[in-house]
Design a protein around this ligand. Structure first.
Ligand SMILES: CC(C)(COP(=O)(O)OP(=O)(O)OC[C@H]1O[C@@H](n2cnc3c(N)ncnc32)[C@H](O)[C@@H]1OP(=O)(O)O)[C@@H](O)C(=O)NCCC(=O)NCCS
Length: 174
């Protein structure tokens, strides 16, 4: 059983992040990052904003002490205790059935440690793997955001999914 750790992201993670952030195979389903190349300086600037934010919690994923990707809770809206889910695994760690374990740990941080009540995400409607995975991990579909983005001259539907703290407790028997 691999040892999965989610550690608070720091500037030291920038070189790890640079290993995947410009890889179109990894970012293909990112609705807003499609063709954008990010320099190391831009990534540092992004991290500066995110690490200073009270409404974003960035975590770096380590599996058996090896860097395996990023996950985060963003756009935290403290009045309603909601936050937006994000996750990426490096190519080396994809396809090994590790994603549900990382998702569980991130939900644990968000819904137990941080005390949030609802974690939501939006996933491209054509991202069958993502939608399968999130359903398998207890997220419910809340609706379709029709033609929410335009990528390469194509309008893209996004599916919004979410899990509530009470559903998480039932799903994960906690
Ligand atoms: C999304 C991501 C985290 C999933 O990690 P992963 O290691 O590939 O996922 P896993 O192997 O743990 O699980 C994938 C599940 O999807 C299923 N799956 C794979 N391809 C599928 C497809 N085309 N359609 C439906 N299900 C699919 C697998 O069978 C598995 O389900 P199962 O355990 O029930 O058999 C990873 O692919 C990633 O980082 N992608 C790039 C970033 C990204 O797109 N993030 C999501 C943006 S919303």
């Amino acid at each position: 059983m691999p040892n999965i750790e989610l550690l608070l992201t720091d500037f030291e993670d920038v070189d790890n992040i640079m290993t995947w952030v410009n890889d179109p195979e990894v970012t293909a389903y990112f609705a807003t990052m499609g063709n954008i190349t990010r320099t190391r300086d831009q990534e540092i600037a992004y991290l500066s904003t995110m690490l200073a934010s009270k409404n974003d919690r960035l975590l770096s994923i380590f599996i058996d002490d090896e860097y395996a990707g990023q996950c985060s809770i963003n756009q935290i809206h403290w009045p309603a205790f909601t936050g937006r889910f994000f996750m990426v695994l490096t190519k080396e760690f994809q396809g090994r059935g590790l994603a549900p374990k990382v998702i569980f740990q991130l939900l644990k941080v968000a819904l137990e440690d941080m005390g949030l009540n609802k974690i939501w995400l939006i996933v491209r409607e054509d991202n069958e793997k993502g939608r399968h995975l999130y359903k398998k991990c207890g997220f419910e579909t809340e609706g379709v955001l029709r033609e929410e983005y335009k990528i390469d001259d194509e309008f893209i539907n996004m599916v919004r999914m979410a899990i509530l703290a009470k559903e998480y407790r039932r799903w994960y028997k906690r």
